[in-house]
Write a protein that binds this ligand. Structure first.
Ligand code: PLP
Length: 381
């Protein structure tokens, strides 16, 4: 009997597929704070730009593996304006079919079997799962509430086998934002231990206080670091599949080599529309910040009224909430909440062991639904 590769058995079921099943089992009327997928449509000017580009037959052919030079130039220009970071579009920028694709391929490009990848716990499951697929050794580092969910860099330990340090600020699921000092510590640690460093910065424009920094603003960062960006959350474009990696030219070259042998880059028409998106980044960014701030306020005020006190996230559209009932696992709590109220949240354990005791609300539903959810919870909690 033919079997799939053994490495597939290393992977747990993809969390969101499991949540979809639980939601289907409940039936109609679920209020879904689960997956982080913006509910509002893409800006009409971006859609129009795509329509125009699709009509140009030259976009129908294979794209460049690393993305069009014009889009790479625009990304470099935006990095200069937004973060004061200079990038060479030829060697330091690579366009991706979503940042998930690039993160996955970069891990494959950098990590040899047995090498350690340090990543935050809780975090986006792809860091761990792709490390497992690449036969690397996942090395999660707990993020603690008392440390504002910042990775405690001075207490990190690297061994001869440590290859890569992954950060994700602004953080999914905690909503934490890094500081220039914290990012400097990470760069210093990576340089002194000869590690590669990644910051997954795909929520960079969704913030409520100061704009989050880039790791590439740290002097010397380009010696060891790349940063990932995404059009998904910044522009309500999750379905379009477009992201980018910027920074260290050797890391970018390694990533491109994998991509040349795996995919052929994103559809050129989508890349053209992305140029329009970047022109609108300030306008769209401020609209989204206003939207999520108001939803965040509605949810936190509502939970507060129920005695469920949750600190406000500094960025992203997630609310990371400690479970208000003692002695329940995050999965048990979430399943009960779904079956008894129809309110779906993501159990913290899905983001790593240190996520136990928490659940994540995604603010990607309208305020009226958030109010309805609070109402249902008030009768339940
Ligand atoms: C932290 C983090 N990184 C990367 C991604 C992937 O985003 P993209 O749509 O660009 O592949 C997500 C998506 O939820 C995420 O939360």
């Amino acid at each position: 009997m033919r079997e799939h590769a053994k490495r597939l058995d290393l992977l747990p079921r993809y969390l969101f597929a499991e949540l979809d099943e639980a939601k289907a089992a409940y039936g109609e009327g679920v209020i879904d704070f689960g997956v982080g997928d913006p509910d509002r449509p893409t800006h009409p000017e971006i859609v129009n730009a795509l329509n125009r580009a699709v009509k140009d037959a030259s976009t129908h052919r294979y794209p460049n593996y690393e993305g069009s030079l014009t889009l790479r130039r625009d990304i470099a220009e935006w990095y200069k304006t937004r973060f004061g970071v200079e990038l060479d579009p030829e060697t330091e920028v690579c366009v991706l079919i979503g940042s998930k694709e690039g993160l996955s391929h970069l891990i494959w490009a950098l990590v040899d079997p047995g090498e350690e990848v340090i990543y935050p716990d809780p975090s986006y499951p792809v860091y761990r799962n792709q490390t497992l697929l690449a036969a690397g050794k996942p090395t999660p580092v707990p993020l603690l509430e008392e440390n504002h969910f910042l990775m405690d860099i001075p207490r990190l330990r690297a061994t001869q086998q440590t290859k890569l340090l992954i950060l994700n600020y602004p953080s999914n699921p905690t909503g934490a934002v890094s500081t220039p000092i914290h990012l400097s510590e990470a760069v210093q640690f990576s340089r002194s231990h000869n590690l590669w460093l990644v910051n997954d910065n795909c929520y960079t424009e969704i913030y409520f206080d100061d704009p989050p920094p880039s790791v590439l603003s740290v002097p010397g960062a380009k010696d060891c670091a790349v940063e990932f960006g995404s059009f998904s959350k910044t522009f309500n474009m999750t379905g379009w599949r477009l992201g980018f990696a910027v920074g260290n030219a050797r890391m970018i070259a390694a990533l491109k080599k994998i991509k040349q042998n795996t995919d052929s880059g994103p559809f050129t028409a989508i890349q053209r529309a992305a140029q329009t998106a970047l022109e609108l980044v300030s306008e769209i960014g401020s609209q989204l910040r206003k939207l999520y701030k108001s939803r965040r306020g509605t949810l936190l005020a509502g939970l507060n009224r129920l005695g469920w006190i949750v600190p406000p996230p500094k960025a992203t559209f997630y609310v990371w909430a400690r479970i208000p009932i003692q002695g329940q696992t995050s999965l048990g709590f979430s399943k009960r909440m779904l079956s008894e109220t129809g309110v779906l949240v993501t159990p913290g354990i899905g983001f790593g062991e240190a996520g136990e005791g928490f659940v994540r609300f995604s603010l990607t539903i309208e305020r009226a639904q958030i109010e309805e959810a609070v109402d249902r919870l008030s009768k339940w909690l």
